[in-house]
Design a protein around this ligand. Structure first.
Ligand code: SF4
Ligand code: SF4
Length: 72
């Protein structure tokens, strides 16, 4: 059974720190080119390589990433 992950980022709470980007082992996350209401360029998902490891959710100081596991 192939297990894949998926994340959901609450972009309005993102402060552009980049911790999730540097810690993701699959380079799933990038910064968006459009800023949020607070004036930060928020993190966004760039591809579907997420494994659901959960690291991004653990390192985010704003707790704005939720990690899900998919079991197709
Ligand atoms: S759960 Fe893991 S693989 Fe998926 S985006 Fe977060 S750090 Fe990357
Ligand atoms: S770790 Fe959190 S606050 Fe920092 S860039 Fe990623 S989503 Fe935004």
């Amino acid at each position: 059974m192939k297990v894949k992950g998926k994340i959901k980022i609450d972009q309005e709470y993102c402060k552009s720190c980049g911790f999730c980007i540097v810690h993701c082992p699959k380079q799933v996350i990038v910064l968006a080119r459009i800023y949020n209401l607070a004036g930060y360029y928020p993190a966004e998902v760039a591809n579907d390589d997420c494994t659901g490891c959960g690291v991004c959710g653990l390192v985010c100081p704003e707790a704005c990433i939720e990690v899900y596991l998919e079991q197709p």
